[in-house]
Design a protein around this ligand. Structure first.
Ligand SMILES: *Cc1c(COP(=O)(O)O)cnc(C)c1O
Length: 395
């Protein structure tokens, strides 16, 4: 049998080096656990970066995919399929989108953002305001909106007209938005920045500011959507109606699918026949996955569960009073545990050795985005082990 280390050598000899060296070669999963090729089991507290909403091998997803694979995997967007239409209708319903709203399907988060950028361009304006710390993807349009210099600078010049204001700074946002602004693009919680939440009324203020300036408010729900924060979408906690949202990660439960929802007839009329497209977007297999994920979240009550399990996690960590842990932030099952020192990489390494997958999202924070089906007692095993990881990281 080929071992973890042999595979990793072949990886570095065959895969383009953009991801660095991954520590593990995983070959299967079951529920909230994954196994590496050496047979070691890990509790998956990252869920493929907020993707595996139903965990691994969920019967509803497996049977939907198997059934659909036998019927039709792909047909192109020259045609449509019942599943694609059903999924669009379900997305319009759970997002609370008003009459006249529409869905565009792509295959990833970045593609959903690209669609949103083109939507914004169709306002006739070219300015886009995004936030410092924002992550919107790696394709060149999305990259222009992403804030991190290390991601952007090697590829400049990028799409012109993009400015970044401090996240959660209403005055800066007001000052940046004018009659040249096509859209303001914001995450309800900045996942990649380290699970950073704004003050309660930031999105509401952004809604007022964009409405007054005639600019679109586009909410990037790629990480926060599909139940991750305890509501179907993060913007719903703020009680606003955006002009468009982007979705991906959790939607397919692991199948690549992304979407942009345009809210209301005016915004939905901005992109017309021939102005955008994709070969794979919303194909029958991806749509079947999306429907299975949404149905299962509903049937298993996973919105309420995400809220409950996330609060439980935060409360147990607070009670444990672990040295060097300064807090737990985020919402639902999108959480970061913060430390008083830059020890997150060492903590993630110690955790992995002990059979837990966590993500050192920032030097002083680890991110948890486990499957929405995770049980509180599984989270408890991690909290019980965390003091040991901190100790090891400090040693
Ligand atoms: C992951 C992510 C993206 C990019 O999605 P990809 O599928 O990796 O292209 C964009 N925005 C947010 C908020 C994300 O978390």
């Amino acid at each position: 049998m080929t071992s973890n280390s042999e595979w990793l050598q072949r990886y570095s000899d065959s895969i383009l080096g953009v991801f660095g060296n991954p520590p593990l070669v995983l070959d299967h999963g079951d529920g909230c656990y994954v196994w590496d090729v050496d047979g070691r089991r890990y509790l998956d507290l990252v869920g493929g970066i907020a993707v595996n909403a139903l965990g691994h091998g969920h019967p509803a997803l497996v049977s939907a995919l198997s059934k659909q694979a036998g019927e039709a995997v792909h047909i192109s967007n020259l045609f449509t399929s019942p599943g694609q239409i059903r999924l669009a209708e379900r997305l319009l319903q759970i997002s609370g989108a008003p009459e006249g709203s529409r869905v565009f399907f792509g295959n990833s988060g970045a593609e959903a953002i690209e669609a949103a950028v083109k939507l914004a361009r169709r306002t006739g304006r070219t300015g886009i305001v995004a936030a410092e710390g924002a992550f919107h993807g790696r394709t060149t349009g999305a990259l222009a909106l992403t804030h991190k210099a290390a991601y952007r600078e090697p590829f400049e010049p990028l799409l012109p007209g993009v400015s970044h204001i401090p996240y959660d700074d209403v005055d800066a946002l007001r000052a940046a938005v004018d009659e040249t602004t096509s859209a303001v693009v914001l995450e309800p919680v900045q996942g990649e920045a380290g699970v950073v939440s704004p003050a309660v009324d930031f999105l509401r203020e952004a809604r007022e500011i964009t409405t007054a300036a005639g600019a679109l408010l586009i909410i990037d729900e790629i990480q926060t959507g599909i139940g991750r924060t305890g509501a179907w979408f993060g913007f719903q906690h703020a009680g606003i109606v955006p002009d468009a949202i982007t979705i991906a990660k959790g939607l397919g439960g692991g199948m690549p699918i992304g979407a942009m929802i345009t809210f209301g007839p005016e915004v939905s009329a901005l992109l017309t026949a021939g102005q955008h497209g994709t070969t794979f977007g919303g194909n029958p297999l991806a749509a079947a996955a999306g429907l299975a994920v949404l149905d299962t979240i509903e049937q298993e009550g996973l919105l309420a569960h995400a809220e409950h399990a996330g609060s439980h996690l935060a409360a147990t960590i607070a009670e444990a009073q672990i040295p060097h842990v300064t807090g737990v932030r985020g919402a639902g099952l999108l959480r970061a545990i913060s430390f008083d020192e830059p020890i997150s990489v060492a903590i993630a390494t110690a955790a992995r050795t002990a059979g837990f997958i966590i993500n050192p999202v920032a030097p002083e924070a680890i991110r948890l985005a486990p499957p929405l089906v995770i049980q509180t007692k599984q989270l408890d095993t991690f909290v019980a082990a965390l003091p040991g990881f901190v100790e090891e990281a400090k040693a």
